[in-house]
Design a protein around this ligand. Sequence first.
Ligand code: C5P
Length: 230
Amino acid sequence: MEPVVALVVAAGSGSRLGGDIPKALRELDGRPLVSHSLEGLAAGGVDVAVIVIAPGLDDDFAAVVAGSPIPARCVQGGAERQDSVLNGLAAIAADPDLAGARYVLVHDAARALVPGEVVRRVIAALADGAVAAIPVLPVVDTIREVTATGSATVDRSRLRAVQTPQGFARDVLERAHRLVADEGLQVTDDAAAVEALGYPVALVPGDREALKVTEPLDLLFAEAIVRSHA
Ligand code: C5P
């Protein structure tokens, strides 16, 4: 069977979280955020991980790679998240062990506590024939859209908050990211890139525990979640 590959994007600076080490290496319960992510991905059925990191940080990530529950290697990221994904996809294509992979799951390292069950749902949707499958949650807050003249309430029953890992047929994701790069489009996630290519995106249930650690308060929530599992 072809390996299921995860592209773990970890090349962001994490400036909103503060601190002087890259966010993916910030510790949660004594281990880097990215190490927790690798565990969730492995528990959900991912076979191999390619971690996309900022230039010059290979030594800093060496212990993460050595302690990974699945084979993992690092590649260099780019200026924007979408550049990092493109670099990761190129590394997968160039690796003879991974070039046969049919599916790629792109995961934000900062969603450290993603439950294996969410990963499993994404892979199952791909196995059922989806070209793109992403975990989502209903929106709990009332949302207002700022307009030219003031603001207006948006019908939240039609909205979903998007998480990762986002799973794709690898060839489609490659084409989508090439399109985004060639046309100079800005996308905040990979589903938007695939959508730009005209493909539908399947939705599977996400999980609140897969929160993206972005600000200091998120780290407190994540610590509480880890304690609740102990
Ligand atoms: O900035 P944002 O929260 O959207 O970043 C989401 C994920 O993308 C993070 O895991 C971050 O490390 C990664 N990223 C990246 N390369 C960049 C910017 C962000 O891999 N240039």
